[in-house]
Design a protein around this ligand. Structure first.
Ligand SMILES: Cc1cc2nc3c(=O)[nH]c(=O)nc-3n(C[C@H](O)[C@H](O)[C@H](O)COP(=O)(O)OP(=O)(O)OC[C@H]3O[C@@H](n4cnc5c(N)ncnc54)[C@H](O)[C@@H]3O)c2cc1C
Length: 505
């Protein structure tokens, strides 16, 4: 029997994640996987924060944290801390944590308190008071549970993207993936337009049945060859450039990504074990490259430092089809939503998992292509909406960029309905469930954003007496003592990372 030939074009994180998951899931099927990577082109080399979905990636492949994390200089991530996005209403910023089982005890209290506060009553609404991961971040504790801890805690990771790529490459090759180091210079097509083979600069012609475009922003197969249109999100996501500068590692390594709003965009801070990654994501319609670099240097206290900055441009939007003819797009080639919530690799992983399910269910044909495409488009749009919310709701006055973002009304109906529900003091949990969008960003994520930005009416002058006895569920449910008690089971982040490194020796 002829093996089913899958050819992956590109060896960035997307390509190697796909190679590993395909090799794992189809190890007993008659499938041959090749990955072509141009050694001279290189990977984008950013993308160092994840969501908790990546935990499933490693556990599906039976790779332990002690095995991969030290090799990728990785750290744990419990949340993203937002600073400076809503200075008028929430000058201290807030945290958007990942949710775990412990939060099932407190999420309702969070939602109810946010609703009570929208009625003008003076109750606690800070997200990290209600959600355990935010509590861990404030204490510098790793989200790793002892064996006898009865609740599941969710978390993501920070990692060096180059090292992660190398790790995944070695792993895929040991699983039988054929690694071809060559530049693709031409693409041959069948008469029906589907892809026949990839022609390489060393003269090799690599034929396949399915091609996976992981070639990065150039989208060699999906956009360049198959001419699948790209729908930009520029109407409501203005950022299209980034400048990146590393700084030294923290002595006490935080478990959170920090996202700080700057004059015309925002800056990430991602703590790794050997360095801290920093990058300013901005719109070049409002700020030029040099000014962006100077502002980032000033923000990091590096104005006089001799460290070279790296400048990148970004195509923000998505392809009209993510799977077209016999080609699946994954990673930057299929589309990209700016990195505010570090969702790119999350979408890559979900895309691969959904594809494995649909391709197999369709007997390795494109039978379920339409279903797959509409599910992927929907995911991109709903993730985009959550990110757009951060810009639409900002209360900064320091530049036209922030004013234009706030005044921009090119936002989706779904987002308009969510914001209306909040401002009209209606039940946001119900609205999210009605729209069936909980799996993209949950009701608690939306509450974090809206309460974190301090979007509440002024407190009523006369607070009812009864509120003192009952009404603030944070206090009434004893959440502070509950979390304090739970946190006794957790160790410092540095200690947990050290134990991994010592175990890896
Ligand atoms: C500023 C910024 C910040 C980001 N932050 C995050 C984050 O925090 N979290 C997150 O999840 N994601 C983030 N991302 C996205 C993340 O970087 C990408 O999703 C991820 O790295 C996957 O990239 P890729 O594999 O699609 O493309 P790339 O890394 O660009 O890889 C492309 C591959 O294609 C190969 N190639 C190209 N042309 C050819 C050719 N002609 N022949 C052969 N091979 C070829 C290259 O050699 C390379 O191996 C960020 C992106 C940007 C721009």
């Amino acid at each position: 029997m002829q093996p089913h030939r899958i050819v992956i074009a590109g060896g960035g994180t997307a390509g190697w994640m796909a190679a590993n998951l395909f090799a794992h899931h189809w190890k007993d099927a008659c499938v041959e996987i090749s990955l072509i990577e141009a050694p001279n082109i290189g990977i984008i080399g950013v993308g160092e924060g994840s969501t908790p979905t990546l935990k499933r990636f490693f556990s599906d492949l039976a790779i332990s944290e002690a095995e991969w994390m030290p090799k990728c200089n990785a750290t744990y991530k419990t949340n993203i801390r937002f600073e400076g996005w809503s200075p008028k209403y929430a000058p201290k910023g807030y945290s958007h944590p990942f949710f775990g089982q412990l939060d099932t005890f407190s999420e309702r209290a969070f939602h109810v308190n946010c609703r009570t506060r929208r009625l003008g009553l003076d109750v606690e609404t800070q997200p990290d008071k209600f959600l355990f991961a935010g509590y861990l971040a404030n204490q510098g504790l790793a989200p790793v549970t002892p064996d006898n801890f009865p609740f599941r805690i969710e978390y993501g990771y920070h990692f060096d993207s180059g090292l992660l790529g190398n790790f995944l490459k070695d792993r895929a090759v040991t699983q039988g993936v054929n690694h071809i180091q060559a530049e693709i210079t031409a693409v041959a097509q069948h008469p029906d337009g589907s892809i026949k083979s990839l022609e390489c600069d060393d003269g090799r012609s690599i034929e396949g049945d399915l091609f996976v475009d992981c070639s990065g922003f150039k989208s060699l197969l999906l956009q360049s060859t198959l001419k699948v249109p790209f729908n930009p999100f520029a109407d409501n996501l203005f950022n299209n450039a980034a400048v990146v500068l590393p700084t030294s590692a923290f002595k006490d390594i935080p478990v959170e990504t920090k996202s700080t709003a700057l004059s015309n965009g925002w800056c990430w801070q991602i703590p790794l074990t050997h360095r801290t990654g920093n990058g300013y994501v901005y719109s070049n319609q409002y700020l030029n490259k040099d000014a962006a670099e100077t502002e980032l240097r000033a923000h990091l206290g590096l104005l006089d430092a001799d460290i070279e900055a790296r400048h990148l441009t970004m195509n923000v939007g998505q392809c009209e089809q993510h799977w077209a003819k016999n080609c699946l797009g994954l990673g930057l080639s299929q589309g990209f939503i700016e990195p505010l919530e570090a969702t790119a690799l999350h979408l890559v992983q979900i895309g691969i998992e959904m594809f494995i399910r649909d391709y197999q269910a369709g007997d390795f044909t494109s039978k379920h292509q339409d279903k797959y495409n509409s599910a992927m488009s929907e995911r991109f749009e709903r993730v985009r909406d959550y990110i757009v919310g951060h810009y639409k709701l900002n209360s900064r006055e320091d530049s036209q960029y922030w004013i234009d973002n706030r005044e921009n009304n090119a936002i989706s109906d779904s987002l308009i309905q969510l914001l209306n529900t909040w401002y009209q003091k209606q039940d946001l949990v119900k609205e999210i469930s009605r729209q069936n969008i909980d799996e993209h960003f949950s009701a608690s994520s939306w509450h974090c954003l809206l309460s974190g930005y301090g979007l509440f009416p002024p407190k009523a002058n006369n607070q009812p007496e009864s509120l003192k006895e009952q009404g603030d569920l944070y206090r009434d449910n004893g959440l502070e003592a509950f979390f304090e008690g739970c946190a006794l089971n957790f160790q410092s982040h540095n200690n947990v990372l050290k134990a991994h490194t010592e175990g890896a020796r």
